[in-house]
Design a binder for this molecule. Sequence first.
Ligand SMILES: [Zn+2]
Length: 349
Amino acid sequence: MKAITVEPRKPETARLDEIPEPDVHGGSVLVQAIAVGVCGTDVEIVEGKYGWAPRGRTRLVLGHESLGRVIDPGQSSSLKEGDLVAGIVRRPDPVPCSNCAVGEWDMCRNGQYTERGIKEIDGFMSEQWRIEPEYAVKIDPSLGVLGVLLEPATVVAKAWEQVRMVGQRAFWEPRTVLVTGAGPIGLLAALIGQQHRLEVHVLDRVDTGPKPEIVRALGATYHTGAVSAIGFQPDVIIECTGVGQVISDSIQAVAPGGVVCLTGVGSGGRTVSLPTADVASNVVLQNNVVVGSVNANKRHWYKASQLLAGTDPAWLSRLVTRRERPEAFKSALARQPDDIKVVIQFAEV
Ligand SMILES: [Zn+2]
């Protein structure tokens, strides 16, 4: 069968490959791939900056934002042939650490977790894939190809849960949220903010293309320019850019008692010269919290599937801005100015 594979840590090694049918050891549920979303992590892996092949092999099947149709439900008691499913990405470490032992693999403490399409387990960019029943998440059939947004939605569901839990250390009635970055993660974070009945603001650097209108369609306010110029102190900031200046501005802009949740992973960029003690004293005197959030566990996958099923599909569909065939994976991985979520489509829904 066809699959998009890559030799991790070696740039320019991605190719449309011919590989054997998925081995039953990969899970008793057999799935036909429908679509796989592309994200920054995939681009990093293809550029040779990240990723690990399965042990004893040199190549990894790419892709972790999955959507497929069940061909054979195997040992699953809840799935049946034809169901739409997505696969949970992370697996607990083998030790396991205390968090993995209780199913919180997103909070793994020893770094020995594995991840489909990223770290030591094949991903979902193949015509068929297998999965263990407990890691297959059923998707509302009305979502169709939009089910491919489930994985990014899980990341956001976890981030919001973190914000809420941190906020509840004191009396907590947040009114405003600023989301920095209007990519798929930022827009889904704005969607959750709106469902929490907060006043939602989204900031991005572009003022053209589909993003401003998608934000406005949500009933939220769109900003460009600096975080410091938005004109109010947000109770919550969900940071989705990973850009140093935006992060540092967010920490300074948040309201007293506010929470800044960092979800973007960046590196380098211009050096922001802020005396650490001044930043810290501001955080201390205002009881602010800066919290990092990555990945998601089963609870977040459940919550995200409920979220998507309850969202206007017409709005969600605007997030998927481009669909490419597997043969055109290079084009899918190359960023275009108006891209929000690009998906590689293996089959029709
Ligand atoms: Zn662990």
